[in-house]
Design a protein around this ligand. Structure first.
Ligand code: 13P
Ligand code: ZN
Length: 278
């Protein structure tokens, strides 16, 4: 089968287009990677070219040795992915030591995988180990309201988690572990990858101050839905404080309410972390 005839590649392209349509991807902003299951790689192997040389990843990901990923290209625009996936995305293989990668498909007109490849792969490694292989997607985007919040709130996991839980009931169920926050750092390298990987071990959402979001998930719908839920809650937060002129709103979901919600969270197979509810 050709790569673009596979269900995973079609879901990847649709995901990218959904992100573009939501306004999360100005210019080349954001990137996406999918850890492809062995049987899905086997199904498209006739369309892969194993002749290209390996290149350094820029970090070590030994637990991803021999894994395959579909990844967006560096400098490529999410707005162009649907019309021309082969020019804007690629499939890569990680070498047997988890130090190098090579391109097997895509980036037909040249280019490299996203500059955030170290963060994507280090996050994948942490989530693969933490979820017994279930987690398969890492998504980075630049949504307006979460970035605005990162210019105003203290940059702590607690402040962001409570701010995002307190205004919309579903949030504590959808991201019951809370969200991690890292302060502004230079992006695109190993240092920010290490800090993000520490946070993603505990959460499925990490906020990069004055930059955007990283989300992890098991499938395309869940991962996009997570980013969408976080950004929607951030939009409500920004609207509330714009309406009140910066004053705290009259009513929010209280910590007592969050405790009452735990039963519903369990119904959905989720858990609201008690850490932030005292
Ligand atoms: P890339 O174009 O290299 O994926 O970079 C976009 C981005 O959002 C960097 O953080
Ligand atoms: Zn970015």
């Amino acid at each position: 089968m050709k790569v673009m005839d596979s269900a995973f590649a079609q879901s990847f392209v649709k995901f990218a287009d959904d992100g573009w349509n939501r306004g999360y991807h100005e210019r080349n902003g954001g990137n996406l990677s999918y850890r492809i299951p062995t049987e899905e790689v086997e199904a498209v192997k006739e369309d892969l070219d194993f002749s290209r040389p390996f290149t350094d990843i820029g970090t070590d990901v030994p637990a991803l040795a021999g894994e395959y990923f579909m990844v967006t290209g560096s400098g490529k625009y999410f707005s162009n992915i649907l019309a021309a996936p082969r020019d804007n995305c690629c499939i890569i293989e990680v070498d047997s030591e988890g130090k190098k990668y090579r391109i097997l498909w895509g980036l037909e007109k040249g280019g490299k995988p996203t500059s955030e490849l170290p963060t994507h792969l280090m996050n994948h490694e942490v989530k693969k180990l933490a979820t017994n292989g279930k987690s398969r997607l890492i998504y980075h985007c630049h949504p307006v309201n979460i970035i605005a919040m990162s210019c105003v709130l203290p940059l702590t996991d607690r402040d962001f988690t409570l701010a995002l839980w307190q205004n919309m009931t579903e949030c504590a169920i959808v991201f019951g572990e809370g969200v991690g926050v890292i302060p502004w750092m230079v992006c695109g390298g190993r240092e920010i990858a290490v800090e993000t990987a520490k946070k993603i071990a505990k959460y499925n959402v990490v906020v990069w101050a004055q930059h955007g979001l990283f989300c992890a998930g098991a499938d395309f719908d869940e991962t996009f839905g997570l980013a969408h839920t976080v950004e929607k809650s951030a939009e409500i937060y920004v609207k509330i404080y714009s309406m009140t002129g910066g004053k705290a709103p009259r009513q929010v979901i209280t910590n007592e309410n969050l405790k009452e919600l735990q039963g519903l969270a369990e119904f959905f197979g989720a858990k609201i972390s008690p850490e932030f509810m005292d």
